[in-house]
Design a protein around this ligand. Structure first.
Ligand code: GDP
Length: 195
Protein backbone atom coordinates (compact mmCIF):
# COMPACT_ATOMS: atom_id res chain seq x y z
CA UNK A 1 0.00 0.00 0.00
CA UNK A 2 1.41 3.34 -1.01
CA UNK A 3 0.70 6.06 1.52
CA UNK A 4 0.24 9.28 -0.40
CA UNK A 5 -1.08 11.22 2.53
CA UNK A 6 -1.92 10.74 6.18
CA UNK A 7 -3.18 13.37 8.54
CA UNK A 8 -4.78 13.41 11.93
CA UNK A 9 -8.14 14.91 11.27
CA UNK A 10 -9.83 14.99 14.63
CA UNK A 11 -9.83 13.76 18.18
CA UNK A 12 -13.32 13.03 19.39
CA UNK A 13 -15.06 12.25 22.65
CA UNK A 14 -18.63 13.01 21.60
CA UNK A 15 -20.61 11.90 18.58
CA UNK A 16 -20.92 15.38 17.13
CA UNK A 17 -17.12 15.47 16.86
CA UNK A 18 -16.93 12.45 14.54
CA UNK A 19 -16.29 12.97 10.82
CA UNK A 20 -19.49 13.48 8.87
CA UNK A 21 -18.38 12.93 5.30
CA UNK A 22 -19.29 9.24 5.07
CA UNK A 23 -15.72 8.06 4.39
CA UNK A 24 -15.20 4.40 5.39
CA UNK A 25 -13.50 3.68 8.68
CA UNK A 26 -11.21 0.94 9.97
CA UNK A 27 -10.80 0.90 13.74
CA UNK A 28 -7.86 -0.35 15.76
CA UNK A 29 -8.55 -1.59 19.29
CA UNK A 30 -6.36 -3.14 21.94
CA UNK A 31 -5.19 -2.87 25.50
CA UNK A 32 -2.65 -0.22 26.46
CA UNK A 33 0.90 -1.21 25.59
CA UNK A 34 -0.14 -3.85 23.05
CA UNK A 35 1.79 -1.91 20.38
CA UNK A 36 -1.00 0.05 18.70
CA UNK A 37 0.95 3.30 18.22
CA UNK A 38 4.01 1.43 16.96
CA UNK A 39 1.85 -0.49 14.51
CA UNK A 40 0.12 2.66 13.28
CA UNK A 41 3.53 4.23 12.66
CA UNK A 42 4.77 1.07 10.88
CA UNK A 43 1.66 0.96 8.69
CA UNK A 44 2.00 4.61 7.78
CA UNK A 45 5.75 4.44 7.49
CA UNK A 46 6.12 7.31 9.90
CA UNK A 47 8.27 7.55 12.94
CA UNK A 48 6.29 9.51 15.45
CA UNK A 49 2.89 10.02 13.94
CA UNK A 50 0.85 8.12 16.46
CA UNK A 51 2.33 8.81 19.85
CA UNK A 52 3.66 5.75 21.64
CA UNK A 53 2.27 5.59 25.09
CA UNK A 54 4.39 7.27 27.71
CA UNK A 55 1.34 7.46 29.97
CA UNK A 56 -0.60 4.27 29.31
CA UNK A 57 -4.33 4.47 29.79
CA UNK A 58 -4.40 8.25 29.65
CA UNK A 59 -5.80 8.60 26.17
CA UNK A 60 -9.54 8.84 26.28
CA UNK A 61 -10.17 10.22 22.84
CA UNK A 62 -10.90 8.54 19.55
CA UNK A 63 -8.41 9.72 16.96
CA UNK A 64 -9.30 9.78 13.27
CA UNK A 65 -6.45 9.63 10.76
CA UNK A 66 -7.40 10.27 7.15
CA UNK A 67 -5.32 8.04 4.84
CA UNK A 68 -4.91 8.85 1.14
CA UNK A 69 -8.18 10.77 1.45
CA UNK A 70 -9.81 7.34 1.08
CA UNK A 71 -10.48 6.00 4.54
CA UNK A 72 -10.02 6.76 8.23
CA UNK A 73 -7.90 4.83 10.64
CA UNK A 74 -9.78 5.13 13.88
CA UNK A 75 -7.53 4.78 16.89
CA UNK A 76 -9.71 3.62 19.77
CA UNK A 77 -8.59 4.31 23.35
CA UNK A 78 -6.55 1.50 24.93
CA UNK A 79 -7.95 -0.49 27.82
CA UNK A 80 -6.86 -2.79 30.59
CA UNK A 81 -4.36 -0.59 32.35
CA UNK A 82 -4.43 -1.84 35.93
CA UNK A 83 -3.82 1.49 37.68
CA UNK A 84 -6.72 3.32 36.08
CA UNK A 85 -9.47 4.40 38.50
CA UNK A 86 -12.99 3.09 38.08
CA UNK A 87 -14.29 6.49 37.02
CA UNK A 88 -11.74 6.50 34.19
CA UNK A 89 -12.82 3.01 33.13
CA UNK A 90 -16.44 4.15 33.09
CA UNK A 91 -15.48 7.07 30.87
CA UNK A 92 -13.62 4.72 28.55
CA UNK A 93 -16.75 2.56 28.31
CA UNK A 94 -18.93 5.53 27.46
CA UNK A 95 -16.56 6.79 24.78
CA UNK A 96 -16.35 3.32 23.21
CA UNK A 97 -20.06 2.56 23.36
CA UNK A 98 -20.97 5.88 21.85
CA UNK A 99 -18.74 5.12 18.89
CA UNK A 100 -19.68 1.46 18.42
CA UNK A 101 -23.42 2.09 18.41
CA UNK A 102 -24.67 2.48 14.86
CA UNK A 103 -21.45 3.62 13.18
CA UNK A 104 -22.41 2.95 9.57
CA UNK A 105 -19.02 4.09 8.29
CA UNK A 106 -17.20 1.46 10.34
CA UNK A 107 -16.22 -1.45 8.07
CA UNK A 108 -14.24 -3.59 10.48
CA UNK A 109 -12.39 -3.52 13.77
CA UNK A 110 -8.83 -4.81 13.98
CA UNK A 111 -8.28 -6.14 17.49
CA UNK A 112 -4.66 -6.16 18.61
CA UNK A 113 -3.43 -8.77 21.07
CA UNK A 114 0.10 -9.62 22.16
CA UNK A 115 1.22 -12.80 20.38
CA UNK A 116 3.12 -14.00 23.43
CA UNK A 117 0.26 -14.15 25.90
CA UNK A 118 -3.16 -15.66 26.23
CA UNK A 119 -5.65 -12.83 25.62
CA UNK A 120 -6.83 -11.17 28.85
CA UNK A 121 -10.41 -11.02 30.12
CA UNK A 122 -10.47 -7.43 28.78
CA UNK A 123 -9.42 -8.63 25.33
CA UNK A 124 -12.21 -11.19 25.38
CA UNK A 125 -14.69 -8.50 26.47
CA UNK A 126 -13.54 -6.25 23.63
CA UNK A 127 -13.95 -9.08 21.12
CA UNK A 128 -17.43 -9.87 22.45
CA UNK A 129 -18.38 -6.19 22.21
CA UNK A 130 -17.24 -6.04 18.60
CA UNK A 131 -19.41 -9.02 17.77
CA UNK A 132 -22.33 -7.79 19.86
CA UNK A 133 -22.40 -4.56 17.89
CA UNK A 134 -22.25 -6.57 14.69
CA UNK A 135 -18.86 -5.59 13.26
CA UNK A 136 -16.35 -7.78 11.47
CA UNK A 137 -13.27 -8.50 13.53
CA UNK A 138 -9.73 -9.20 12.36
CA UNK A 139 -7.27 -10.13 15.10
CA UNK A 140 -3.72 -8.80 14.85
CA UNK A 141 -1.08 -10.59 16.93
CA UNK A 142 1.56 -7.98 17.76
CA UNK A 143 5.25 -8.20 18.71
CA UNK A 144 5.68 -11.38 16.65
CA UNK A 145 9.47 -10.85 16.70
CA UNK A 146 9.38 -11.81 20.38
CA UNK A 147 8.76 -15.48 19.55
CA UNK A 148 10.27 -17.76 16.91
CA UNK A 149 8.35 -18.49 13.74
CA UNK A 150 8.16 -22.14 14.73
CA UNK A 151 6.02 -21.09 17.69
CA UNK A 152 3.51 -18.99 15.75
CA UNK A 153 0.93 -21.71 15.27
CA UNK A 154 0.88 -22.69 18.91
CA UNK A 155 0.43 -19.09 20.03
CA UNK A 156 -2.18 -18.29 17.42
CA UNK A 157 -4.21 -21.29 18.46
CA UNK A 158 -4.16 -20.16 22.12
CA UNK A 159 -5.45 -16.76 20.99
CA UNK A 160 -8.11 -18.30 18.77
CA UNK A 161 -9.32 -20.53 21.55
CA UNK A 162 -9.41 -17.89 24.28
CA UNK A 163 -11.28 -15.34 22.16
CA UNK A 164 -13.47 -18.09 20.68
CA UNK A 165 -12.97 -16.83 17.16
CA UNK A 166 -15.22 -18.04 14.41
CA UNK A 167 -13.60 -20.31 11.82
CA UNK A 168 -13.41 -17.68 9.09
CA UNK A 169 -11.95 -14.98 11.36
CA UNK A 170 -8.29 -14.25 10.74
CA UNK A 171 -5.32 -13.68 12.98
CA UNK A 172 -2.45 -11.81 11.36
CA UNK A 173 0.93 -11.92 13.12
CA UNK A 174 2.90 -8.68 12.79
CA UNK A 175 6.06 -7.08 14.09
CA UNK A 176 6.35 -3.31 13.99
CA UNK A 177 10.01 -3.37 14.92
CA UNK A 178 10.98 -5.96 12.28
CA UNK A 179 8.30 -4.77 9.81
CA UNK A 180 6.96 -8.26 9.21
CA UNK A 181 3.32 -8.96 8.38
CA UNK A 182 2.74 -5.29 7.49
CA UNK A 183 1.97 -5.91 3.81
CA UNK A 184 -0.40 -8.73 4.65
CA UNK A 185 -2.13 -6.51 7.16
CA UNK A 186 -2.43 -3.73 4.56
CA UNK A 187 -4.10 -6.14 2.12
CA UNK A 188 -6.63 -7.09 4.73
CA UNK A 189 -7.31 -3.44 5.65
CA UNK A 190 -7.87 -2.51 2.00
CA UNK A 191 -10.15 -5.51 1.50
CA UNK A 192 -12.19 -4.52 4.54
CA UNK A 193 -12.71 -0.84 3.73
CA UNK A 194 -13.51 -1.52 0.09
CA UNK A 195 -16.06 -4.22 0.74
P1 GDP B 1 0.34 1.23 22.66
O1 GDP B 1 0.17 1.63 24.09
O2 GDP B 1 -0.59 0.11 22.31
O3 GDP B 1 0.26 2.36 21.69
O4 GDP B 1 1.80 0.55 22.54
P2 GDP B 1 3.16 1.16 21.98
O5 GDP B 1 3.17 1.19 20.51
O6 GDP B 1 3.51 2.39 22.72
O7 GDP B 1 4.17 -0.04 22.40
C1 GDP B 1 4.31 -0.47 23.75
C2 GDP B 1 5.71 -1.06 23.95
O8 GDP B 1 5.87 -2.22 23.14
C3 GDP B 1 6.83 -0.11 23.54
O9 GDP B 1 7.89 -0.28 24.44
C4 GDP B 1 7.22 -0.58 22.16
O10 GDP B 1 8.57 -0.31 21.85
C5 GDP B 1 6.97 -2.08 22.26
N1 GDP B 1 6.60 -2.65 20.94
C6 GDP B 1 5.61 -2.24 20.12
N2 GDP B 1 5.58 -2.97 19.00
C7 GDP B 1 6.58 -3.87 19.09
C8 GDP B 1 7.06 -4.93 18.23
O11 GDP B 1 6.56 -5.19 17.12
N3 GDP B 1 8.12 -5.66 18.69
C9 GDP B 1 8.70 -5.42 19.89
N4 GDP B 1 9.70 -6.22 20.25
N5 GDP B 1 8.28 -4.45 20.73
C10 GDP B 1 7.24 -3.67 20.33
Amino acid sequence: MKIRSSEITMSAVHRHQYPTDGIPEIALAGRSNVGKSSLTNALLNRRNFARTSSTPGKTRTINFYLINKEFFFVDLPGYGYAKVAKSEKDKWGQVMERYLQDRDELCAIFLLVDIRHEPTADDKMMYDWIKYYGYDCVVVATKADKISRGQYLKHLSVIRKKLQLEKDEKIIPVSSSKKTGIEELWSEIVEQYRK
